[in-house]
Design a protein around this ligand. Structure first.
Ligand SMILES: Cc1cc2nc3c(=O)[nH]c(=O)nc-3n(C[C@H](O)[C@H](O)[C@H](O)COP(=O)(O)OP(=O)(O)OC[C@H]3O[C@@H](n4cnc5c(N)ncnc54)[C@H](O)[C@@H]3O)c2cc1C
Length: 378
């Protein structure tokens, strides 16, 4: 196999401590969280106490000032144990960077340390009932009035939505200007008029608290604007490649794990007097899958490298998201098949992985939108 060259011994030591934490604090509770439809908030605090949240934020804002590879390790390890419950990647590597990159110093000091400690859970609300792929169609407004923004509208499918304490809302500050009238506004849970809807029932990610959010005359200080008014769309376009790469990273790591579970299963499962692994069709199938995952791994690692050096372009990130999530679903589907009936039983990790993988091709921009992004560069 082509060795991975991204990580230093420090990252690998960190990987060991993440593994121990996930084994002790996450794995034993995951089944219960699946049943109840959300993870206990206490695990966020524990992750914060262990320094696992907002690691790449500067120390002055409560982070560890670590490079993003440490966050990558956490995302990979969550995928490896099939944990799709905790939106830590979104919280630490998507929501927090918006604050860091576009928030005022006062906002950073107020919120980032609480996000790093796990006292506050972050979310980002772009999608609406009538605006998903077409984000320019966002109808939520944030109109200026007496030194404040007044928000009206609703959002849907929001990851961490039910648990969130802080949400970045994509809203029109000047609806007449379309995309150029779009801004990013921070709203704290508990602000009058801000209501969380029900946790949405889903095919997979059962313990991920995906929610609707409602805004009825929600008044927030004008200082809660991130960056400049009307620039929201530009900021989204700047941050989305990284978000898409995170999805690709999860897909590759989970597909790698799926092959391991399937090797294990087929070696132990007997049929016609031998192990299922010993059928040539099984070995050839697993050889094909392993090849695909290896191809994805090398490409994604190069994308991570490019991203760390600030040169990951949107089209390449879109390729990684699109190809790796398609590959992830293909691999998991074949692995389910190799498990036979057990592949349909939730006591096997492959079954949950099958349900959870499907959304990878949808969120963060659908794979059709990824092809749009790529094709514009042809
Ligand atoms: C579990 C989950 C978590 C999510 N988390 C978040 C979150 O935290 N924050 C957030 O803001 N959103 C979140 N989303 C929303 C997600 O990003 C959107 O669902 C996604 O972008 C697709 O939008 P849509 O659902 O409106 O589909 P639509 O845009 O209605 O798309 C329907 C179909 O039409 C296709 N299509 C649309 N436009 C084109 C085009 N131009 N060319 C070709 N095909 C096209 C799509 O590819 C798709 O196949 C989440 C969604 C899910 C399911």
């Amino acid at each position: 196999m082509i060795p991975r060259t991204l990580f230093t011994p420090e990252h690998e030591t960190f990987r060991d401590s993440v593994r121990r934490f996930l084994e002790a604090e996450v794995k034993p509770n995951d089944e219960r969280w699946q049943e109840q439809g959300y993870a206990d908030k206490s695990v966020w605090k524990k992750a914060g106490e262990n320094g696992f949240l907002c690691m790449s934020m500067p120390e002055e804002y409560g982070g560890s000032g670590a490079d993003r590879l440490f966050s990558m390790v956490l995302i990979e390890e969550q995928a490896r144990i099939n944990n799709s419950t905790l939106g830590w990647g979104l919280h630490s590597e998507i929501v927090a960077p918006y604050l860091l990159n576009y928030g005022s110093d006062a906002l950073k000091r107020k919120y980032l340390p609480k996000m790093a400690s796990g006292d506050m859970v972050g979310a980002i609300a772009m999608s609406e009932p009538g605006a998903g792929s077409d984000l320019q169609a966002v109808k939520t407004t944030a109109l200026r009035k007496d030194g404040a923004y007044v928000l009206n509208g609703s959002k849907t499918f929001i990851t961490n939505g039910w648990n969130c304490d802080l949400v970045i809302v994509v809203a029109k500050t000047d609806p007449a200007l379309g995309a150029k009238g779009t801004s990013l506004i921070l709203v704290e849970a508990g602000t009058e008029g801000f209501r969380k809807g029900k946790r949405l029932r889903k095919l997979g990610l059962k313990a991920q608290d995906t929610s609707e959010l409602f805004f009825d005359d929600v008044r927030v200080p004008a200082a809660n604007l991130l960056g400049r008014e009307g620039e929201g769309f530009v900021y989204l376009m700047q941050e989305l490649p990284w978000e898409r790469l995170i999805i690709a990273i999860r897909s590759v790591a989970n597909a790698e794990a799926a092959i391991e579970w399937t090797l294990d299963y087929t070696r132990n499962r007997k049929a016609f007097g031998k192990s299922v692994f010993d059928f040539q069709t099984t070995r050839f199938k697993l050889a094909e899958l392993k090849t695909e995952v290896q191809v994805g791994r090398v490409f994604v690692d190069r994308c991570i490298e490019a991203s760390l050096e600030g040169r990951l372009d949107p089209a390449t990130a879109a390729m990684a998201k699109c190809w790796c999530t398609d590959m992830h679903c293909r691999v998991i589907d074949e692995c389910v098949q190799l498990h036979g009936g057990s592949g349909f039983m939730l006591e096997y990790p492959i079954t949950r992985a099958y349900a959870d993988a499907r959304v990878q091709r949808i969120f963060g921009g659908t794979n059709e939108i990824m092809k749009e992004v790529i094709s514009r560069t042809l």
